[in-house]
Each structure stands twice: as structure tokens, then as C-alpha cells.
Write a protein that binds this ligand. Structure first.
Ligand code: SF4
Length: 379
């Protein structure tokens, strides 16, 4: 059975693979009424090349399915605006109305020192705010960046961003946001790698410790940071609801090729030890392992999903998107056929092990949450 584009989970999968063209009239309220793209990492849009000034980071499909935007002028998907409604077409056939996330109040607020809050915190989804701790990564400085990574080229576009934002300012920002924008229920903490992995991990988790008491009760914490060499530090993950480590690639040869810095400074085997130790400490299903779908053969990715799940970590994917300024800028995203097989595998694995993928209610860059929620049960 093929995709049914009127099923919001299926539409999201297709949109992440095929991208979307955004018509100019659909951009007019971005930056005023609705949220514009501000993320200081992962710039997959072609807007700089194509001359569009602003795009949304995401939109909301029917049934509150949050979908990230991959701007591709050649896509069969189009985003329109007419008579105060936003809607999508595929090959010029009407598919559905969509909503755009309202621009958060904190986007125009400042801290006590007069600095804009968005220099410290941004949205990671309509329901998630995010802190990007180290906005540079030592793997770029050591000339071994992950081949898909856009942290260095993207940060050059954000001149006002701090390379390493001070923690007391982050805490002030989070407190202010919770007072003015009650819709957020996830805090995402991510970071580029310091050359001292234990230090980078400890700093991120120390921030969690400081910030946790000021969070409202339903605010969950998700972390995506470089893992420590010293596994004694993993105990610090106790305070994190959903800790993820990004192994990215399962195939051993492609691991060396696509994530050479991770191979050199950490090692594929060490990732597997990490997931074993995390499972020993916290039980199955607490840690998750992120792969990038579309950079290795389907068979090896599927093998990786099963192996990681057996160890005790929740396998997850981010659908590969070619970012400007990266080695893989000209590589195509995975085909629909590829991605359908991946999502069917994840659907079955989540059911088999009773695993829940992280930020399953609002993750925009992957249909994993929709697989968990049953949107692909009939595939
Ligand atoms: S670890 Fe890889 S993907 Fe992450 S910031 Fe560094 S180079 Fe980029």
C-alpha cells in the first residue's frame, strides 16, 4: 500500500523527503504574526540561493502533526495562502489546510541586560524551546566534521549569537519564556562538541540541574549532546527525561567516512558500550540513538535499528536533508520508498519493545512520533 497524503503522518513523511515550495504570498505574515526561521543550526533551506527572504521553520498539519520545512522550489508540494487560510497542494491537487505556529511573545523580549532572548533560546518546534550550548564544534576546527553538518556555515549567518552562551543568562531567558509563553512543554538542550567530551557533557548536565527547579511541572527535558568518555558521568542523565546520543550511521565503513571525527575521537564501538551502560543504569527505553536516514544502504540502517533496540536504546531517525555549505549539500534526501521501509521498521520495533521515541508529540524533523502514534499501522 502506498502513501495516503490525506493521512497527516504520511504527508509529513513525504514532505520531509520531497521538500516544499513556498509561494511568496505564503511568507507575508512570517516574522510578525507567525514564527520565522531562526534556528542557528541545520539550515536546509535553499532560500539564500533562491532569493526568498523568510521561510517558516515548520507548520502544523491536521491532527496537530508538526512538520519541519525543507524548502525546495522543485518539490511537487506547494504551500499557499488565500483568503486568510494556509493550505498545501501536491501536484496542484488540494491536500489540506495547515496552521502556522504563532510567533512567540519572547521573540520580541529582552533580558535584564537588554539583550534579545533569542540570542539564547529559540523554538525547536511549536511546543519546544531549545538551547544550543556550544555553537561551534571542535570537529570542524580539527577538520573532521560530520559530512552533513552545517553548524559552522550556519553560525556564520547568525552574527549576534554567542559561541557559548553564559548559563545564568540562559536560566533567566527560560524563566521569562515560561511566564509569557505557556504553550511550550519541551526543553531541548543540544550542543556542538567541546574537545574535552567529559567537560562538555558535564557542563550541559550541570545546566539541566540548575534549570530543572524553575521549570513548570509538565516541561520535559530532552538532551542531544556529545557523550562522555567517562561513563561514571552518565548518572547525571537521571534528571533528563529523554537523553539522545547521535551515532548517526550504523555501517562501520560508512561511519568512518561520514562521521570521521566521531570515529577518531570517540569510536563506533564506544557508542555501543555507551548504550549498554545507559541501559544498565536506567533500564531499556530511556536513552535513544539517533541515525540519519538516507546516508547508508537501507539494509544496514535497518540492521542498526534492530541492534540498538536489542541493546536497550530507542532507535530514532532524522530524515537526511542536504544543508548549504556542507560536504553533502548536493546529495538528494532519501526516496519515499527508502523512508517508508525505515518507518515501517521503526513502527514494528517501537511496538515490539514498547519504546516511545523522544519528543513524539512535536518533533518536526522525523515521522518517528507519528509511527509511534499509529499513523503508519496500515502501511
Ligand atoms: S558532532 Fe558532528 S553533527 Fe554534531 S556539531 Fe559536531 S560536526 Fe556537527
Amino acid at each position: 500500500m502506498g502513501l495516503d497524503l490525506h493521512n497527516p503522518g504520511h504527508a509529513k513523511l513525504s514532505l520531509l523527503c520531497e521538500g516544499i515550495n513556498i509561494l511568496p504570498e505564503a511568507t507575508q505574515e512570517l516574522g510578525t504574526k507567525f514564527t520565522e526561521w531562526t534556528n542557528s543550526y541545520n539550515n536546509s533551506s535553499q532560500k539564500l540561493k533562491e532569493g526568498i527572504n523568510v521561510i517558516p521553520e515548520e507548520f502544523i498539519l491536521p491532527e496537530d502533526v508538526v512538520c519541519g520545512v525543507r524548502y525546495r522550489p522543485s518539490s511537487p508540494w506547494k504551500m499557499h495562502f488565500d483568503k486568510s487560510k494556509y493550505f498545501l497542494t501536491y501536484d496542484d491537487e488540494y491536500i489540506c489546510e495547515i496552521n502556522l505556529p504563532p510567533r512567540p511573545a519572547f521573540y520580541s523580549k529582552t533580558l535584564s541586560n537588554g539583550e534579545p532572548i533569542v540570542h539564547y533560546v529559540t523554538t525547536y518546534s511549536v511546543y519546544a524551546i531549545g538551547i544550543f550550548l556550544n555553537r561551534q564544534c571542535h570537529l570542524w576546527k580539527d577538520k573532521m566534521p560530520c559530512a552533513f553538518c552545517s553548524i559552522a556555515p550556519t553560525s556564520n549567518n547568525f552574527h549576534n549569537s554567542h559561541e557559548t552562551p553564559p548559563q545564568e543568562k540562559i536560566i533567566e531567558a527560560i524563566k521569562t519564556i515560561q511566564e509569557s509563553d505557556p504553550r511550550f512543554n519541551y526543553l531541548e538542550i543540544s550542543s556542538g562538541s567541546l574537545s574535552d567530551y567529559d567537560k562538555g557533557f558535564s557542563e550541559a548536565l550541570e545546566l539541566v540541574k540548575k534549570i530543572k527547579p524553575s521549570l513548570k511541572k509538565d516541561m520535559k527535558i530532552h538532551t542531544l549532546v556529545q557523550p562522555p568518555h567517562n561513563f561514571d558521568l552518565l548518572k547525571m542523565l537521571e534528571l533528563v527525561d529523554e537523553p539522545t546520543f547521535a551515532m548517526e550511521i550504523w555501517n562501520p565503513e560508512l561511519f568512518k567516512e561520514i562521521v570521521p571525527g566521531k570515529e577518531h575521537f570517540y569510536g563506533r564501538e564506544k557508542f555501543l558500550e555507551l548504550f549498554k551502560e545507559g541501559t544498565r543504569l536506567f533500564g531499556k527505553g530511556k536513552l535513544s540513538c539517533q541515525f540519519i536516514a538516507g546516508l547508508e544502504p537501507l539494509e544496514s540502517l535497518i540492521e542498526g535499528i534492530h541492534k540498538v533496540a536489542e541493546i536497550g536504546a530507542v532507535p530514532q531517525q532524522a530524515v537526511f536533508h542536504p544543508d548549504l555549505g556542507t560536504k553533502l549539500a548536493n546529495k538528494e534526501p532519501p526516496s519515499l520508498e527508502f523512508e517508508i521501509e525505515v518507518i515501517k521498521t521503526l513502527r514494528d520495533v517501537y511496538k515490539k519493545y514498547n519504546y516511545k521515541p523522544y519528543r513524539h508529540t512535536c518533533r518536526r524533523s522525523s515521522p518517528d512520533g507519528e509511527a509511534y502514534k499509529g499513523y503508519f499501522d496500515n502501511l
